[in-house]
Design a protein around this ligand. Structure first.
Ligand code: SF4
Ligand code: SF4
Length: 142
C-alpha cells in the first residue's frame, strides 16, 4: 500500500467481542465526554442489556455504511455521506424529524432528547480506548 493511501485509510468503529461486555457503559461516558458533556444522553454508542446479567449486553455502533439509509431519508440533506462510508451531521440544517433514527436497520443512529437531534458517530475511537475488556476497536473500513 502506498503512503498516501495509508494516510487516507478510512476507520470505523467495530465491536470485536460483545460477549466480553459487562455493561459498565464506560464507552458511552467516554463518547459523551469526548464532546464536552456529562452523562449518557449525547453518546453515539449504545450498550443495552439483553435481559439479565446471564444474557449479557449488546453494543450498538455505527457501521459506517457506504450507502447509508439515514442519509437517504433525510429530507433536508443534513447528513452527508463521507468518503469510504458513514455520515456527518450538519446540525444547523437538521429539523429534528427523526427519520434517520428510524431508517437505521441496526439502531445505530442515537437520539439526543435534549436537543432533539441525532447523535452521529465520528469514528474517533475514543470510546474503544476506555473499554477495559477490549470489546471495541477502530478498524479500517474495507
Ligand atoms: S432528524 Fe435531522 S438529520 Fe435526521 S432525517 Fe431528520 S432532518 Fe435529517
Ligand atoms: S468512535 Fe468516537 S464518536 Fe464514535 S462512539 Fe466512539 S467516542 Fe463516540
Amino acid at each position: 500500500m502506498r503512503a498516501w493511501e495509508m494516510l487516507h485509510m478510512i476507520k470505523r468503529l467495530a465491536v470485536v467481542d460483545a460477549n466480553k461486555c459487562v455493561g459498565c457503559q464506560l464507552c458511552m461516558l467516554a463518547c459523551t465526554s469526548r464532546f464536552g458533556y456529562a452523562g449518557l444522553n449525547k453518546s453515539a454508542i449504545s450498550v443495552r442489556s439483553l435481559g439479565g446479567v446471564e444474557r449479557g449486553f449488546t453494543v450498538i455502533v455505527c457501521r459506517s455504511c457506504r450507502d447509508p439509509p439515514c442519509a437517504r431519508v433525510c429530507p433536508v440533506e443534513a447528513l452527508t455521506v463521507k468518503d469510504g462510508g458513514g455520515v456527518t451531521l450538519n446540525s444547523s440544517k437538521c429539523i429534528g424529524c427523526g427519520h434517520c433514527v428510524n431508517a437505521c436497520d441496526i439502531g445505530a443512529v442515537m437520539w439526543d432528547s435534549e436537543w432533539m437531534k441525532p447523535v452521529i458517530c465520528v469514528g474517533c475511537g475514543y470510546c474503544a480506548s476506555f473499554c477495559p475488556h477490549g470489546v471495541l476497536k477502530l478498524e479500517e473500513a474495507i
